[in-house]
Design a protein around this ligand. Structure first.
Ligand code: B12
Ligand code: SF4
Length: 468
């Protein structure tokens, strides 16, 4: 039996934050899946969500010391890498025998840099790890050959080795549902609702240029789904634990419309009363699907609208049109789904200021409940990243650990400060529309979810102002 501490690092290193000021309410699903498998093998596992708790590095270290683990696992994204490194360094200084392993996107992509530059990281475990993490723990407990652990990267005699990645997990039903309460001591809430997230599938057959979802699930064109029975069992399980709301975080929840309809019908039939949300593409929302989703308690749909300009949509290889957006919004309204959030991205490599303004205006004119206008990030693992590397705008040796905004590196892009001002103005306009004030305000006061989203949107205005 091994004692493990797993940490979801926060995106910023800062003093303790008052929990009331933080918006995050989404548990770290990847750590939960790993944690559950290891817990079932008899290991002592606890997860700390530094992000949601707003713990400082010092407080996080104190938590680690209290647990006194033999293995410390960290799960950084590019944005939370600095915290992960700080925690790992302090933890190794405290106990040099502690085995430190990194997983998730950046460990999968940049294991060489991590192992070369940071002596205190012992291993990176790449790709999907539900079936490789237990093998790794067995190695730590009993020894064996490191080569036998797919996806493991390690140092040996000063050389960095990388075993081939594991194949994507075909049978997702073989992964047990996490016992969330047992693994994390935090009561996740969306407003007043007991809240969690789950995924019914992994992967996405699309390949939008700005997106990096294929990195871990290794899913170029491979979409894998859990059986409907398996998803329903988890939903019943969650309901029995008192959950009132959840979000499906599938990369592409509606990719197989027949399956989505079937799942929603069964949810209704089997009296799954929890309300839920999901993300969708604007080309996937037929009236029938949306109506069935609403019928099954979907109350919030996040749509990847991205841009009002066909040229930009084509550049992103999004395979949608602004007309599809207008049509799907009408369908969502007709279906009676309460909230529609529009996700937009501006500041593409050669997007003009007129195109940016056109997109922001589009967002204001559409009948949306929430808008998220974001600057385009060049995510490691995305095609835009590869393009920037090829053009010499990103130096992988130096920039592998950076969370980069396209407008900061592409000389042809509109300057970031200008875009930020336009975004702030658009947010303010969104809030001051008489329609919004009159119609939404009343409902917002009644709905903690709406309040939470509005606080989050206001948060993004101040973040943009602070240049975050
Ligand atoms: C749900 C989600 C969120 C949620 C919840 C995040 C959370 N608490 O975990 C929310 C909405 C809060 C969120 C926010 C953000 N996200 Co997000 N998110 C996702 C999404 C859609 C699914 C993640 C998930 O749960 N997958 C299911 C689990 C099972 O898979 P997994 O996390 O990869 O974990 C597996 C392995 O990686 C591994 N593993 C994971 N951790 C560890 C640790 C160890 C020690 C080991 C051994 C293994 C291991 O085991 C798991 C099982 O195989 C992904 C897309 C994707 N498909 O990855 C984007 C994604 C991870 N997000 C992304 C981004 C950019 C962000 C934001 C920065 C966006 C923003 N601008 O605010 C923020 C940052 C948040 C933060 N605090 O760090 C990018 C990351 C790209 C990158 N290069 O870093 C992704 C890939 C999407 C994209 N746009 O391309 N996100
Ligand atoms: S943005 Fe959505 S549709 Fe496009 S590749 Fe990513 S997950 Fe798939």
């Amino acid at each position: 039996m091994v004692r493990l501490a797993l940490i979801n690092p926060a995106p910023v290193i800062e003093e303790d934050l008052d929990i009331a000021t933080r918006q995050k309410s989404w548990p770290p699903l990847g750590l939960l899946y790993n944690g559950e498998i290891l817990r079932r093998e008899g290991h002592e596992v606890k997860i700390l969500d530094q992000d949601v708790l707003g713990y400082s590095t010092d407080k996080t270290l104190k938590w680690i010391k209290r647990r006194d683990p033999e293995i410390l696992g960290l799960s950084p994204l590019t944005i939370s890498l600095p915290s992960a490194l700080e925690i790992a360094k302090l933890a190794k200084n405290w106990n040099e025998n502690l085995v430190i392993v990194f997983g998730n996107v950046i460990a999968t992509l940049s294991y060489e840099h991590l192992l070369k530059n940071y002596e205190y990281i012992d291993f990176c475990l790449r790709g999907e790890t539900e079936f490789t993490f237990p093998k790794f723990i067995k190695f730590i407990e009993k020894g064996g050959d490191l080569k036998d652990i797919p996806g493991l990267s390690y140092r040996k005699d000063g050389i960095i080795h990388a075993n081939p990645l594991p194949s994507p997990i075909k049978n997702l039903d073989a992964i047990p549902f996490p016992n969330r309460e047992e693994l994390i001591d935090f009561n996740y809430r969306m407003g007043s609702h007991k809240f969690t997230i789950l995924a019914t599938s992994r992967g996405c057959p699309f390949r939008c240029k700005f997106c990096a979802v294929h990195v871990v699930s290794n899913s170029r064109g491979i979409w894998r789904a859990r059986s409907i029975e398996n998803v329903l069992s988890e939903l019943h399980y969650l309901q029995s634990k008192g959950y009132e709301e959840f979000s499906f975080v599938d990369d592409c929840f509606i990719v197989n419309p027949k399956r989505t309809v079937k799942l929603c019908q069964r949810m209704k039939k089997e009296k799954i009363d929890m309300i839920w949300s999901c993300e969708g593409r604007v080309d996937q929302g037929s009236k029938e699907i949306l109506k069935t989703m609403q019928y099954a308690n979907c109350y919030n749909l996040l749509l990847g609208i991205e841009s009002a300009n066909q040229r930009i949509l084509d550049y992103y290889d999004k395979q949608i049109t602004p007309e599809m957006t207008k049509k799907v919004i009408k369908n969502v309204k007709k279906a009676g789904i309460e909230n529609i959030a529009g996700l937009f991205v501006v500041g593409g490599p050669d997007e003009t200021i007129q195109e940016i303004i056109h997109t922001l205006r589009f967002g204001l004119e559409l009948d949306l409940t929430f808008v998220q206008f974001q600057l385009l990030y060049v995510l490691q693992g995305s095609e835009i990243w590869a393009d920037a590397v090829q053009k010499g705008l990103i130096n992988e040796e130096k920039d592998w650990n950076k969370y980069i905004i396209a407008a900061d590196i592409y000389p042809t892009a509109v300057k970031r400060k200008i875009i930020e001002k336009l975004i702030d103005k658009a947010f303010i306009e969104f809030f001051s529309r008489p329609k919004f004030l009159l119609r939404e305000l009343f409902r917002t006061v009644k709905s903690p979810y709406r309040l939470q989203n509005i606080l989050s949107m206001l948060g993004s205005i101040s973040k943009q102002k602070n240049g975050a």
